[in-house]
Design a protein around this ligand. Structure first.
Ligand SMILES: O=P(O)(O)OC[C@H]1O[C@H](O[C@H]2O[C@H](CO)[C@@H](O)[C@H](O)[C@H]2O)[C@H](O)[C@@H](O)[C@@H]1O
Length: 265
């Protein structure tokens, strides 16, 4: 099935993504790959304050059945963190920006050969949080996040401090991910895309057509690999040339996913 690239001028109203029946092949041939923050869940002031609507939990549970388990969360969060947020539900996942994955809710998380952050560099990067008490430090093991949503005035200082540490360590294989009110630093040897590529080689994902939905800069790496996987990508809150359409906000994604379960699909 082909889809039309929707351009910004075509998108005056919300719900730009066509009704599921006109767009997606049957669910038993699909793998649903879903980013969390800003895609499934509304953004919150701090990482701990996100809320999973009960209807979403029901939708994801039903979609997991309808795809025979080929539904995975693809997140910058660690799988441990994902489990806390979605508890008691446990879902297949690619976590930590591709550093780890889990093929089923019952299984264990598997490290994806992702190299960890050098511990000394990590300490130095963590110390940047001392710029202001409003900066929230999130140590995710494979990466470090400096959240400034509660202290937006510190954004420039954070990026300058990170740049200074990188300049002093030019050989260090670091990647800086500019997220939503967050500056994340990780080893450059893995991405969400490498995680998804690995996931798609394993059952029950292997051989299926992936449908990926994401909102962030880090999701661009996954948008870019969808063609080679015969997949489709959709963005949230912004237009991307790499996607087949976009949703305005997480609520639209949740409604769209619920509609995938309607009988026509
Ligand atoms: O890949 P994602 O699932 O989209 O995760 C991206 C990052 O999400 C979290 O931070 C963001 O969401 C918070 C809660 O809404 C918000 O307070 C923060 O400003 C956002 O940047 C999470 O804390 C990060 O670890 C994820 O990498």
């Amino acid at each position: 099935m082909t889809t039309k690239l929707v351009r910004p001028s075509d998108q005056a109203t919300s719900n730009q993504v066509p009704v599921p029946g006109a767009l997606v092949p049957h669910l038993d041939q699909c793998a649903l790959l879903l980013d969390i923050d800003g895609t499934l869940l509304d953004l919150a002031p701090t990482p701990r304050e996100v809320w999973v609507p009960p209807e979403l939990e029901q939708t994801l549970t039903n979609l997991l059945v309808r795809t025979s388990g080929a539904l995975a969360l693809v997140s910058g969060r660690s799988i441990n963190d994902i489990d806390l947020i979605f508890a008691p539900m446990r879902l297949p996942a690619v976590g930590g920006h591709g550093a780890e994955m889990r093929l089923s809710g019952e299984g264990e998380a598997i490290a994806t050969h992702a190299p960890p952050l050098d511990s000394e560099l990590k300490s130095r990067l963590a110390a940047i949080a001392r710029i202001s008490p409003g900066i929230l430090l999130e140590d995710k093991g494979y990466s470090l996040a400096l959240h400034y949503r509660l202290a937006p005035h510190t954004e420039k200082a954070i990026y300058e401090a990170v740049a200074a540490i990188r300049a002093e360590n030019p050989e260090a294989p670091l990647e800086v991910l500019p997220g939503k009110s967050v500056c994340e630093i990780k080893h450059s040897g893995f991405t969400k895309a490498t995680g998804v590529l690995e996931l798609m080689t394993r059952a029950p994902f292997k051989g299926r057509r992936p449908i990926f939905i994401g909102d962030d800069v880090t999701d661009e790496t996954v948008f870019a690999i969808m063609p080679e996987l015969r997949g489709l990508a959709f963005s949230v809150g912004r237009y991307s040339e790499l996607t087949s359409g976009h949703f305005d906000e997480p609520r639209d994604v949740r409604n769209w996913l619920a509609r995938l379960l309607e009988p026509a699909n």
